[in-house]
Design a protein around this ligand. Sequence first.
Ligand code: 89V
Length: 341
Amino acid sequence: MRIYKFAVLGTGFWSGYQLAGWNELNNVKPIAFYNRSLDKAKALAAKHEVGFVYDNVDALLDQHAAELDFVDIVTDVNTHALFTEKAASRGLNVICQKPMSPSWETSLAMVETCKSANVQFYIHENFRFQAPIRKLKEILDYGVIGKIFKANVAFCSGFPVFDNQPFLKDLEEFIITDIGSHVLDISRYLFGEAASLYCHTARINPAIRGEDVANVLLRMKNGVSCFVEMSYATIAEQESFPQTLITVEGDKGMIQLLHNYVIKITTRKGTVITTADPKPYPWMDPAYAVVHSSIVDCNRNILDSIMGKKTAETTGKDNLETMRLVQAAYQSARENIVINF
Ligand code: 89V
């Protein structure tokens, strides 16, 4: 069996779970880690029996490019373009965490860079791989609720997200890049591409730099009116983090994805209830269960593409469409205008 070798660039909070996700697949192996502070890289390397650690990306790539199949970029968003360029110029396939980059132009350039270098480029957009989202899509495709005309996709939470990811506090553009990139991608996955978008934003938490509330109204090309709401300022009776709650209405009924992965399907005949729990893994943080579980499925989808078995869902090219929505949401909120695509 061929073992696919990779390097991880960035060994912060998220990379431990990313690596645990890779460990669930039996034909991949990390061989080198980069982190700007070497101590963190060393700690993670000891845990995963990785022999090479660097605090210089070029040194890692120069030393190991010949044996690597891909790099997995798990650094903060501002370094994504630079590290993508460095890996692509050495002929390496690139997997990069979402959001692809802070700007549309940079994202476009990243996709072009990888295309010109003839390497594969993937965005690790995992929300669409969550078990309840996959099940919801399956039910929608089955046609039980008929022709869809309206949807609500909501990620509204009061979870103390800055405790684990403090850098999010300093982002000038926060919730639409961090959560919007996920939930706008889910909306594309479920309902196709958007024809127009209108967005309001607000900052409720005075201790952060960017917006922590955004309401985005999409008109999809197929006519569906899709309201995508996100908030980290929500005080709710039942906290839903990190679940995306979804309601879809069609001319024959309604599907609701509710707390704890409960799915209710209502038609004129009544309501049927089912569940779609994420597959559990021992390394998952229970507070992030549905997200951590989806890492494995996202990794598998990308690896299948690297192995030439099938096309990945979240290629850089595909994710450009999500980034287009993210940037359009900011423009719409800034200028108070409807953006037509
Ligand atoms: O996916 C992420 O980037 C994380 C979280 C799961 C909290 O959304 O910020």
